[in-house]
Design a protein around this ligand. Sequence first.
Ligand code: UT7
Length: 321
Amino acid sequence: MKKVSILGTGSYIPKRVLTNNDLQNFIETNDEWITTRTGIKERHIVENENTSDLAYHAALRAIEAAKINKDEIDMVIVATFSGDNAFPAVANVLQSRLGLREVMAFDINAACSGFVYALNVAEKALRNSKMNKALVIGAEVISKYVDWEDRNTCVLFGDGAGAVILGEGLGDIIDNNCYSRGDVNRYLHGSGTPLKSPENNVGNTVGNIEMNGREVFKFATRAVPSSVNIILEENNLTVDDISLFVFHQANLRIIEKATKDLNIPMEKLFVNIEKYGNTSAASVAIALDEAVRSGRVKRGDKIISVAFGAGFTWGAILIEY
Ligand code: UT7
């Protein structure tokens, strides 16, 4: 069977830094509250760049790291809920901007789980087709959706992008799972785009993020251990066999609780939430790139990544790097 390996990774973070102290200029909050409740110290937000710009730079870095010619790319998937426009897809914009052949290019929206979903889809597409290499990206400009007057949510999120090139190589994507529960999507969603009609031609609005933090917290602390246990059991592995856990960076307390429940030693955990906050679909992709570039992951290591987010959606992936 064809192997589907991570050939290269890249990420791109916009320059503007917004520290916890900076947020005090807009809302009633403080560094101590944000740090102890979330682990976040700062996040980056765009000034003039949009989602496709962040995705473009992350993609260039992944292509360079993979040492491939961009003409070898057969497919582009971008995981995002914050594309530049409702359509066309960010992936379509990138296909042209990166100067790729006329390849399949589309976006996936599974909120914060999007990158894990996209890896799942790309892995199956490569394994079962003539396509050999995929560019898979998680990219978000969440600042567009943030209500900057809502202290319950605005402190949590940041913008960024991460990318991987998948193709035949030394490693493999061993297994993955993805789940969804739409019955509880009221707990976390971007509020709606209103309906229009010839009689009521009101302008479009971009919805704000609305969240019931406690419900999301409860869900996430159940979903992460559950999907990790499923993937371990189905592959006859234990935590000891895994070199690194790269979880969605939404809240340090969620990561720590899941880690404790799963008996994962802290040194097997990759955490960068303090620098970026929750970058949704970009979070696992950025973390993976930083883990690779900082030498935390070596060829042959087994990694588990888990993401969870609005929907609810969640899923895990087992990678031999
Ligand atoms: O990808 C998934 C994305 N979402 C998540 O992962 C979110 C998961 N949930 C969480 O991370 C936590 O629920 C939060 C960090 C959002 C909130 O923590 P919490 O311990 O559940 O706090 P809370 O919502 O119960 O609020 C406690 C207090 C409230 O004040 P009162 O009503 O007790 O007087 C809030 O108004 O903290 C207040 N508060 C703040 N205070 C200072 C809420 N936000 C802030 C703030 N600064 N930014």
